[in-house]
Design a binder for this molecule. Structure first.
Ligand code: SME
Length: 272
């Protein structure tokens, strides 16, 4: 039976202007290793409450918590760690009361410090966030002055496909009572999808993003390509109605997480 000690913490992934705030531990078993600031949850506290308290205690800092990023489950030799990570920014300054040092790291500098193993897991997610930030900037400049939805969709599917090497990336538009294939990148796909059918028709019917970690476990899935293993479908709205969906397939299982969902939902809002 598992009787090892369990520790639950909240971590502030402070990410501003494409740089990450890293702190060097000044005490304890992992002294001199680098980590995200934060700390243990006290009884009855939510992770967000713990984070606000910890940042005040350990660096006299006020933070703005933007969104939940991920929970890391990690087995250290001495204990099991559950770490809830949130994307945050500072509101004002900070002073290091417990840490030895702090640095702002661009993604190319992430590996320049020795991260605690559990914190290291989060760096790949941040690299993905950074790619999306760049992609959103490119989409914003692409749509400037171009009101034609189909043309923008064509270039957006190309940009997405190039940036992430997805297996299939494209749009289906609501045309009368069906989804009709729109601009895409990738192998030949089915052209019409009824409402409520497949992952695409389900996202349309529910008017919400559908993330499918394993397409073989989604009974309603329409297999356009046998190579697709996981999928995300994000609806696009106009005056509260779904007018199209963005559909992305990956050849890897569970390729899509909350970072993909959040950023792709932002992306479709930019399309005219
Ligand atoms: N798999 C989708 C159909 C579209 S293809 O993935 C391009 C679905 O189940 O709706």
């Amino acid at each position: 039976m598992e009787d090892r000690k369990r520790i639950e913490v909240a971590a502030a992934v402070i990410w501003q202007d494409g740089r990450l705030f890293a702190t060097e531990r000044g005490y304890g078993a992992y002294k001199d290793w680098w980590e995200f600031p934060g700390g243990k949850l006290e009884p009855g506290e939510t992770p967000r409450e713990a984070l606000v308290r910890e940042l005040r205690e350990e660096m006299e800092a006020d933070i703005c918590i933007h969104r939940f990023l991920m929970t890391v489950e990690y087995d250290y030799p001495e204990f099991h760690l559950t770490m809830h990570c949130f994307l945050c920014s500072f509101v004002g300054g900070f002073s290091l009361l417990e840490h030895e040092d702090a640095r702002w790291l661009a993604p190319s500098q992430f590996n320049s410090v020795r991260w605690l193993p559990a914190d290291d897991v989060v760096l790949d997610r941040l690299r993905k966030e950074d790619k999306y930030a760049l992609l959103l900037k490119r989409v914003k400049s692409l749509v400037q002055g171009e009101p034609d939805r189909l043309s923008v969709m064509a270039n957006v599917s190309s940009l997405l496909h190039e940036s992430f090497s997805f297996w299939w990336t494209g749009f289906y538009r609501v045309v009368e009572s069906e989804l009709l294939l729109g601009p895409f990148q990738g192998p030949v796909a089915c052209m019409r999808i009824p409402r409520g059918k497949g992952v695409c028709g389900t996202a349309w019917e529910r008017a919400e993003t559908v993330v499918v970690p394993d397409v073989n476990q989604f009974s309603n899935h329409i297999a356009c390509s046998p190579d697709s293993r996981s999928e995300i479908v994000v609806p696009m709205f106009e005056e509260g109605r779904v007018v199209a969906v963005l559909d992305i397939d990956s050849r890897q299982l569970a390729a899509f997480d909350s970072s993909d969902q959040f950023n792709l939902e932002q992306l479709v809002k930019l399309i005219p």
